[in-house]
Design a protein around this ligand. Structure first.
Ligand code: 8OZ
Length: 359
């Protein structure tokens, strides 16, 4: 029988009851100190019929923050908060991995310890404005990281992965997409380094591969995914040859036997026009499971799975508004419309109050 979105699948060692994934979604509703609250557990548990939930992007360190009210995964209180989330999702038969995040230059001193400058591969100020507690403020020129500082950042990923295990997650996803730190190293619009972390594609991929190796050593490759966005221009990103960079990355990641590779297959967040890119060629470089994301609906999701392009499909905006997206797809029921005014920040409204078909 041919596969569709409702067929079970195993990603690495994570068993999914269907191939519908809740994509990572930044919602800016964590408590003081980046600690997840009961409302966050309710939100994720409402969505536990997904085959897999990828949490919102979650900073691995205080320097990894770049927006208000993000949850973290590096303090004991954050681990305890996330434990309530994973318990609530598991109680409803769901699976959940946490997306590990360092924002790099997409931040502002007001969001960082001691008003520190954001860090980046190179001292290149991104165009645009940071979301701060004081409102939108121009980005600043980040401080270029010295190569000697990178092992400590890799260690922050290690610590975050240990914290994720303690918090009861089924795995982790390394966020190497959308113009944040690891993506800043990958793409040459943001990386002008002349050391072993810049210049050639091999050098620009080095930090991602070091982070992946370190995370794999902690939790096991069969519980690790990596997310990339080869042509998303969001956060002032560009590359002179994205196909070559990301074909290399997909090939290099084969060495680990990861649970999955997750790709944003175009531009998101209104960052502008995406460069041409052949995602079918890119996907074929990778020997493991592939998670596709970007404006899929039920029909195109089923086609992607049936054709073998994707093993699983991640849905973002539809999951904001439809906690029971799986049931709605199963029944061809109409979808709730998502209200973009309540995407980022706030409380229950637009977060936990979207109705399910069956109360
Ligand atoms: C939208 C707003 C803030 C952050 C991403 C973590 O694009 C994000 C993000 C998206 O990966």
């Amino acid at each position: 029988m041919s596969k569709d979105l409702f067929s079970p699948v195993v990603l690495g060692s994570i068993s999914l009851k269907n191939r519908i994934v809740m994509a990572p979604l930044t919602r800016n509703r964590a408590g003081e100190g980046g600690v997840p609250q009961a409302i966050n557990a309710t939100y994720y548990a409402q969505r536990a019929s997904a085959g897999l939930i990828v949490t919102e992007a979650t900073p691995i360190s205080a320097m990894g923050h770049g927006y208000p009210a993000l949850p973290g995964i590096y303090t004991d209180a954050q681990v305890a908060g996330w434990k309530k989330v994973t318990d609530a999702v598991h109680a409803k038969g769901g699976k959940i991995v946490i997306q590990l995040w360092h924002v790099g230059r997409i931040s502002h001193p007001s969001l960082l310890p001691n008003q520190a400058l954001p860090v980046a591969p190179s001292a290149i100020k991104p165009a645009g404005q940071a979301f701060t507690y004081q409102g939108l403020v121009d980005y600043v020129e980040p401080r270029a990281l010295d190569a000697s500082e990178l092992p400590a950042i890799v260690q922050d990923y290690v610590h975050a992965t240990k914290s994720a295990i303690a918090a009861g997650f089924d795995g982790v996803e390394i966020h190497a997409a959308n113009g944040y730190l690891l993506d800043q190293f990958l793409r040459d619009g943001a990386n002008h380094r002349t050391d072993q972390y810049g210049g050639s594609i091999e050098n620009r991929a080095r930090l991602l591969l070091e982070v992946t190796q370190a995370v794999v050593n902690v939790i096991g490759a069969d519980k690790v995914g990596v997310r990339v966005s080869p042509v998303n221009p969001f956060n002032d990103m560009s590359d002179s040859n994205p196909q070559a960079v990301f074909n290399y990355v997909a090939n290099a990641l084969n060495q680990f036997n990861l649970a999955y590779l997750h790709a944003v297959e175009g531009g998101i967040h209104g960052g502008g026009k995406a460069d041409p890119f052949d995602f079918s060629v890119f996907r074929k470089q990778f020997k493991g499971a592939y998670m596709a994301n970007l404006s899929y609906d039920k029909k195109r999701g089923n086609q992607a799975v049936a054709s073998g392009h994707a093993d699983v499909v991640a849905y973002g905006v539809p999951y904001i508004a439809n906690p029971d997206l799986v049931e709605r797809f199963q029944q061809d029921a109409p979808l709730n419309e998502a209200d973009s005014n309540t995407f980022y920040g706030g409380a229950e409204q637009g977060y936990t109050d979207y109705p399910a078909l069956h109360g």
